[in-house]
Design a protein around this ligand. Structure first.
Ligand code: AMP
Length: 425
């Protein structure tokens, strides 16, 4: 039980103020996790265990209390990548690929069931003893999963006494295993796992009465993806920093010359509306005054620094410039609440990673000074990890789309279903 002991230490670190109020002793627990992890293309071994590791505290807590765990998750998009004969590519998408990694991490035997629901799943679940773990086959092998099918969800629900949802990354989907299944359990029989609860609590620190000054940093490629987020943030923040590719749509909207930089022509009006709204609300809106521009979308391109609103044809802005880096960093360092979503430049290429790196360092510094920093999903998470700064910030979210929707003020279907009583039987 060394593995369990180790991860219980982890529970106490991760699960600050989080408590699952169900006593799992003697209970069979249907636990939805997000094991949608990257796999090696040749031997299908797990190449990044982060998502599995983040689910361990909940698994070990249930086992420690004397429950048994029936794990379910999706992996990839098997229905979109069927074999030529129209059948599911089981060899590629089976959840069995996760079994050995999970066994190693927990140092416990993990049984695998080659179906999600059905005779064998029912039998294996029924025979499960206290402290044992069963991993079901990929939920997306079933047509009903993505449709949120009631019959499929019912079969899942019948496998267990209790339902726990710890899959934050899919909580914004109305799928059978993330949402519909919860309708078969009453309030005393369902709960969030430590990870999901933590994600919600950390998001709340940003959305609900944040400590001020509150600075949001939004970057990445497209304005259209983050339109709702920007609109909502203007209602809440003291300072809004916009960087990355999306900044050039704002530059052009303001009459700037942006050369071949990324631009969404159909969002120019919207960009101006957001600028106007920020002005009306007294929000300090910062765009990158200068940019690192390149004559090609390549790490080998010729580069120079230019004002972001005076970029010649044939050149494109691929990172924020030195002046912008300093201006952004100065505003971030003294913040008491920070939300960061999206990189400041094409950080995947070393010549355009400096802006993102400096911003990550400023966020880490603000955190050290007592600020709360949330890295809210997507590529900013990859950037913080790449820069080795994930431990220097307050919280790194595991869910891109789910965190974005939460920050946009939407109620996640997977969360809503947990907060309701039993509606199916
Ligand atoms: P998102 O998923 O919207 O957060 O976008 C992340 C992507 O935006 C990353 O792959 C970055 O390389 C890309 N990106 C950031 N800045 C720029 C830029 N100035 N031009 C083109 N792409 C960018």
């Amino acid at each position: 039980m060394d593995g369990v002991f180790y991860f219980c230490t982890l529970i106490s670190k991760i699960a600050i103020e989080v408590d699952m109020d169900i006593n799992f002793s003697g209970k069979k627990v249907l636990l939805r996790v997000d094991f949608n992890v990257p796999l090696n293309k040749e031997d299908f071994s797990v190449t990044d265990t982060t998502r599995i590791v983040r689910a361990l505290p909940t698994i070990t807590h249930i086992l420690e209390e004397g429950g048994s765990v029936i794990l379910m998750s999706h992996l990839g998009r098997p229905m979109k990548k069927l074999k030529e004969d129209g059948s599911i590519d089981v060899e590629k998408f089976t959840l069995e690929h996760i079994q050995s990694t999970l066994t190693d991490l927990l140092q416990l035997d993990v049984k695998f069931c080659p179906e999600t629901v059905g005779k064998q799943a029912t039998e294996m679940a029924a025979n499960l003893k206290r402290g044992q773990i069963l991993l079901l086959e990929n939920t997306r092998f079933n047509e009903g999963e993505k449709k949120g099918d009631v019959e499929f969800a019912k079969k899942l629900a019948q496998l267990a006494d209790v339902y726990v949802n710890d899959a934050f990354g899919t909580a914004h989907r109305s799928h059978a295993s993330t949402t519909t299944v919860a309708n078969f359990f009453n309030e005393e029989e369902k709960t969030f796992g430590f990870l999901l609860e933590n994600e919600l609590k950390n998001a709340e620190r940003v959305t609900n009465n944040p400590e001020r000054p509150f600075v949001a940093i939004v970057g990445g490629a497209k304005v259209s993806d983050k339109m709702l987020l920007l609109d909502r943030l203007i209602d809440q923040v003291d300072t809004l920093i916009i960087g990355g590719g999306m900044a050039y749509t704002f530059m052009k909207a303001q009459g700037g010359q942006i050369g071949n930089s990324l631009c969404e022509e159909d969002r120019l009006e919207l960009a101006n509306e957001l600028i106007k709204k920020a002005r009306t609300k007294g929000v300090h809106l910062l765009l990158p005054t200068d940019s690192v521009i390149a004559d090609n979308f390549s790490n080998e391109a010729n580069t120079r620094i230019a004002p972001s609103n005076l970029i010649e044809e044939g050149w494109m802005g691929l990172d924020i410039g030195v002046y912008a880096q300093n201006e952004f960093a100065n505003n971030i360092r003294n913040a008491k609440t920070i939300l960061w979503n999206g990189p400041m430049g094409v950080f995947e290429m070393s010549n355009f990673a400096n802006g993102t790196k400096l911003i990550a360092q400023a966020v880490a510094e603000a955190t050290k000074n007592g600020g709360f920093s949330l890295i809210g999903g997507g590529d900013s998470v990859a950037a913080v990890n790449q820069m080795g700064l994930s431990k220097e910030v307050s919280y790194v979210s595991t869910g891109g789309g789910a965190m974005l929707e939460l920050l946009e003020g939407k109620e996640l279907p997977g969360v809503k279903a947990m907060n309701m009583g039993k509606v199916e039987s």
